[in-house]
Design a protein around this ligand. Structure first.
Ligand SMILES: *[C@@H]1O[C@H](CO)[C@@H](O)[C@H](O)[C@H]1NC(C)=O
Ligand SMILES: *[C@@H]1O[C@H](CO)[C@@H](O)[C@H](O)[C@H]1NC(C)=O
Ligand SMILES: *[C@@H]1O[C@H](CO)[C@@H](O)[C@H](O)[C@H]1NC(C)=O
Ligand SMILES: *[C@@H]1O[C@H](CO)[C@@H](O)[C@H](O)[C@H]1NC(C)=O
Ligand SMILES: *[C@@H]1O[C@H](CO)[C@@H](O)[C@H](O)[C@H]1NC(C)=O
Ligand SMILES: *[C@@H]1O[C@H](CO)[C@@H](O)[C@H](O)[C@H]1NC(C)=O
Ligand SMILES: *[C@@H]1O[C@H](CO)[C@@H](O)[C@H](O)[C@H]1NC(C)=O
Length: 368
């Protein structure tokens, strides 16, 4: 009698108390096939493919974000030639960010003068739709981070690339490659167009850069302020030279917008870096957004709690994805943490922080 009562209570309890999700549930190797909260560590497989010497990883994909955006990284050795044929995307807005190393980026649109920049750590290039663009990797330890809106563009790389597996998660495969030929046949060309890639075979990348920029005289590059571009124009922002805002509500946060609603237009997203001081007083707020969002750590360590998952700690290159309508809290336990932040919609964390912030001239926060 007693034992059957206990049995009944135990079974009831098991039915009522659902087990809390664990960190092991949160941390994934590959972006999932439908939106859910997750973290992918730097260099985890995340659907990796190689194209010649380049290794591509997709930490947020079309399927994992409900087609809001793709977040990807490219690790590759330096190369004597372009990393890709010059081309245009008609429907995808492509953002280039230098996580480390050096690469050159070219952009030309609407018959305006061709622009070229040398991007080093923290520099950013904004390739709006219908911009002819290409890049070249210039240093052995280079990682380009890409944000492409809307999501799903990774399908192109799945088509072009070779699946990659590794037990060491090496950033890229240490092999000597010959530069691949840059000619494409008409059939390939047609297939590429079905992936929103329109080759621009007449494009001649200029090589007359001085101090990291061409043209030389009318541009500001690592020697003065960079504004964000006008709607529909490609632009570049050197690390620390763009607009800055200081939010002092929950510790300090320096927000540096890279794309606002003005540049994104109908694509309805924003992109920023956020630098955080160590969390001391005031517990950080919980956010619940209408759109998907992601953080990629650039420096320091990000502490983030998503929904009912335990607190996760992310280091450089780690990515956290938060689907729409899922609550989260984030902060820094170390002195200086910087993240790249992207979110769907125009009221993400970056825009909310900016609306409660003052304009600020520095990349650092006050000493008290
Ligand atoms: C490559 O990996 C993808 C998943 O990322 C899988 O769907 C596909 O079948 C793989 N292709 C080959 C040739 O193994
Ligand atoms: C890009 O170019 C295509 C083809 O010329 C055009 O249909 C489309 O409207 C353009 N997109 C934007 C955002 O301007
Ligand atoms: C690279 O090209 C050279 C000369 O064409 C050839 O001898 C060599 O085998 C090639 N190496 C690879 C890795 O394909
Ligand atoms: C390149 O940078 C150096 C160092 O700042 C400067 O002295 C020089 O004038 C620059 N060259 C041009 C063409 O702007
Ligand atoms: C830049 O301006 C200087 C001085 O006006 C001129 O001598 C130089 O030729 C210009 N350089 C380029 C690349 O246009
Ligand atoms: C999210 O909401 C749930 C339910 O209200 C709560 O238990 C959890 O602590 C919240 N998580 C965060 C990170 O705010
Ligand atoms: C913009 O994105 C947000 C978040 O995903 C969504 O709620 C909103 O409806 C979108 N607005 C437009 C005009 O597409």
């Amino acid at each position: 009698m007693l034992s059957s009562t206990i049995f009944l209570l135990v079974s009831l309890g098991a039915g009522l108390v659902k087990s809390s999700p664990t960190l092991e549930d949160l941390f994934l190797e590959n972006a999932p096939s439908s939106p859910r909260a997750y973290v992918i560590p730097h260099y985890a497989n995340s659907h990796a493919v190689t194209i010649d010497s380049q290794l591509y990883r997709f930490t947020v994909t079309g399927p994992s974000s409900g087609y809001a955006f793709t977040l990807m990284s490219t690790n590759a050795p330096s190369s004597d030639s372009l990393g890709v044929l010059p081309h245009i995307h008609r429907e995808h807005y492509e953002n280039f960010f230098a996580l480390k190393g050096r690469f050159q980026l070219w952009a030309e649109k609407d018959g305006n003068e061709q622009q070229a920049r040398l991007l080093t750590q923290g520099d950013y290039g904004s390739v709006v739709r219908n911009t002819t663009h290409t890049f070249q990797i210039l240093d052995p330890d280079t990682e380009m981070v890409g944000v492409i809106v809307p999501g799903g563009f990774e399908d192109l790389f799945y088509y072009l690339g070779t699946n990659y597996t590794s037990s060491t998660d090496t950033p890229y495969v240490p092999t000597t490659y010959n530069d691949s030929s840059t000619s494409v046949d008409s059939e390939t060309m047609e297939t590429l167009e079905s992936y929103d890639v329109f080759a621009q075979l007449d494009f001649e990348p200029r090589r007359d850069l001085i101090n990291g920029t061409a043209p030389v005289n009318e541009t500001t590059w690592h020697d003065g302020a960079n504004d964000l571009g006008n709607a529909g124009e490609p632009y570049f922002v050197a690390n620390g030279y763009g607009p800055k805002y200081l939010n002092s509500k929950y510790g300090y946060q320096v927000i540096q917008p890279l794309v606002t609603s003005t540049q994104a237009q109908d694509l309805n997203y924003t992109l920023s870096t956020i630098s955080l001081s160590r969390q001391t007083k005031n517990s950080p707020p919980s956010y619940t957004l209408d759109g998907a969002a992601a953080f990629e750590v650039l420096e320091g360590m990000l502490s983030i709690q998503i929904g009912e998952y335990p607190l996760a700690r992310l280091n450089m290159g780690d990515v956290a994805f938060i689907p729409a309508k899922i609550n989260f809290t984030y902060y820094s336990e170390v002195a200086f943490t910087k993240v790249l932040y992207v979110s769907s919609g125009t009221d993400g964390v970056d825009q909310q922080l900016i609306s409660g912030a003052e304009e600020w001239d520095f990349v650092t926060f006050p000493k008290y």
